[in-house]
Design a binder for this molecule. Structure first.
Ligand code: EZ4
Ligand code: CO
Length: 402
C-alpha cells in the first residue's frame, strides 16, 4: 500500500478545526487532527508546504519510520506547530492501519486494559451556588468525575466561566479578549468553593480543579494544602511548567495530586516532572504532543514512575483527537482519566463518530481504525474564522498567564 494523496480540511463548525486526510492507492484513507487553538493556519501551512509533499508514495504502515523522518528529518525539532503537524500524520496512519487490518486502533496498541475510559467533564458557575448546581447536574448525567470552576468575587471574568450561561468554550472569534485576575482573591475563595461542593455532593464524586498556570509555586503549595480536606482527584497546571523544577516546591508541601502538561509538545517537557515524581498525571495530548507514537513512549516512561495519563480533552481538540485518546486510554495500563468537554451538535454532525458516553465512562467503539468520519460537504459550509484564546491581566494591568 502507498500514500497517494493528502489534503487538509479546514472548517469552523462553531469553532475552528484543521483535519488531515491521507488517502492510499487502495482507497483506504485516514484522518488526523492538526488543530492548534488560535494558531490553526500555522500548522496548516507547515503541513501543506513542508510535510505533505514528503508523504506521497510512502508505505503508510511504516508509522515509526515516518514519525522519525518528520521529527529528526526536519533538523529543527519540537514546538507546538511542528509537533501538531507530526501528530496529524501519525493519527491518520494509525487510522489507516486499523482500517487495513479491520481492527480498532486499541487492538494495535496492545488491546483492552479496561472496559471503559473514565472521563471528567466541566462544571462552572458565576458564583458558588451556580457552580454547586452545575456539579450536581453533571453528576446526575452520570459523570463520576467533575471539574469545578467558579467566578471569583471581585474579579470581573474568570478562566473556565462562560459569559452568558453557555458551555465554556476556550476561543473567541475576533481579536483576543482580555480578562482580569487577582491571585489574592482567588486563593482566599477556592477552598470555600470546594467546601460547598463537597458538602452538597458527598465524598464519592471525583472533583478536579484547573488553576490554569496562574500561581507561583509557593502560592500553589498554599492552595494544594488548603484543598486537602476536599481530597481532589487533581489540581491542574498549578504553575507554569517551563521550569519543571518549580513543581518540587509544590510537591514538598502538599499531598493534593498534581496534573500538568496540556501545553507540552514533547516528552522532554515532562521528563524531569516524571522521573522526580513531581506530578501524578500527564496531560500532554495526542494532537499537540506528536501523535499516538510519541505519547505511547511518554506514557510507558511515566508508568515506571507510577505517573498516569489524564489527557487534555477540551472542545479545541477535534473528535479525531478524542477518538485517538479513547483508543489510547482503553489500551495502556497506566491510564488515569480523560477530559471530556462534549462537542456541540454541529461539531458531532461534521465528525460522525463511533465513540460514546455511558454512566461516567467513554467507549471508542469497535469500528476499524479510529472510528471517526468527516462530512466534507457539511464542513465546507463553515469556513475558517480567525479566533483567539483570551489574554489575562492583573488588576493593575500587568499581563499574566491566562
Ligand atoms: O485552556 O483548551 O483543561 N482545559 C483547559 C482548556 C484550555 C484550552 C486551550 O485551547 O485548560 O480550557
Ligand atoms: Co487545563
Amino acid at each position: 500500500m502507498k500514500i497517494e494523496s493528502a489534503k487538509l480540511i479546514i472548517c469552523s463548525p462553531d469553532r475552528n478545526f484543521v483535519t488531515l486526510k491521507i488517502v492510499t492507492d487502495e482507497g483506504i484513507y485516514g484522518l488526523g487532527d492538526a488543530t492548534l487553538n488560535g494558531r490553526e493556519l500555522a500548522v496548516a501551512s507547515y503541513l501543506t508546504e513542508h510535510v505533505l509533499p514528503c508523504l506521497i508514495g510512502r508505505d503508510p504502515f511504516q508509522i515509526e519510520d515516518i514519525w522519525q523522518y518528520l521529527y529528526r528529518g526536519a533538523y529543527w525539532r519540537r514546538g507546538p506547530v511542528t509537533m501538531s503537524a507530526i501528530a496529524a500524520v501519525d493519527m491518520a496512519l494509525w487510522d489507516i492501519k486499523g482500517k487495513a487490518l479491520n481492527t480498532p486502533v486499541y487492538n494495535l496498541l496492545g488491546g483492552k486494559s479496561r472496559e471503559g475510559v473514565l472521563v471528567y467533564t466541566h462544571a462552572n458557575g458565576s458564583d458558588i451556588a451556580e457552580a454547586v448546581d452545575s456539579v450536581q447536574r453533571h453528576a446526575a448525567e452520570g459523570y463520576l468525575a467533575v471539574r469545578a470552576q467558579s467566578g471569583v468575587p471581585g474579579v470581573a471574568s474568570s478562566y473556565g466561566v462562560p459569559k452568558s450561561g453557555k458551555p465554556y468554550e476556550p476561543a473567541e472569534r475576533g481579536l483576543p479578549s482580555e480578562s482580569l485576575w487577582s491571585t489574592e482573591k482567588y486563593l482566599n475563595f477556592v477552598p470555600k468553593l470546594f467546601d460547598a461542593v463537597r458538602k452538597a455532593c458527598g465524598e464519592d464524586l471525583h472533583l478536579l480543579h484547573d488553576v490554569h498556570h496562574r500561581l507561583t509555586p509557593i502560592e500553589a503549595a498554599r492552595l494544594g494544602k488548603a484543598l486537602e480536606p476536599y481530597h481532589l482527584f487533581w489540581m491542574e497546571d498549578p504553575t507554569p511548567a517551563e521550569n519543571q523544577e518549580a513543581f518540587r516546591l509544590i510537591r514538598e508541601h502538599t499531598v493534593t495530586p498534581i496534573a500538568t502538561g496540556e501545553v507540552f509538545n514533547s516528552f522532554w517537557d515532562a521528563h524531569d516532572l516524571i522521573r522526580n515524581q513531581w506530578i501524578d498525571y500527564l496531560r500532554m495530548t495526542i494532537v499537540h504532543g506528536g501523535g499516538i507514537t510519541a505519547l505511547k513512549k511518554a506514557a510507558d516512561f511515566a508508568a515506571v514512575y507510577q505517573v498516569r495519563t489524564g489527557f487534555h480533552g477540551a472542545t479545541d481538540l477535534s473528535p479525531v483527537t478524542m477518538a485517538a485518546a479513547l483508543h489510547f486510554g482503553l489500551a495502556i495500563h497506566n491510564f488515569g482519566i480523560q477530559e471530556h468537554m462534549p462537542h456541540t451538535k454541529l461539531m458531532d454532525e461534521v465528525f460522525p463518530h463511533a465513540y460514546s458516553f455511558n454512566a461516567g465512562y467513554m467507549y471508542p467503539g469497535d469500528a476499524p481504525g479510529l472510528g471517526v468520519e468527516i462530512d466534507e460537504a457539511l464542513a465546507a459550509k463553515y469556513p475558517y474564522q480567525r479566533a483567539y484564546l483570551p489574554i489575562a491581566r492583573k488588576l493593575d494591568g500587568t499581563l499574566t498567564d491566562w
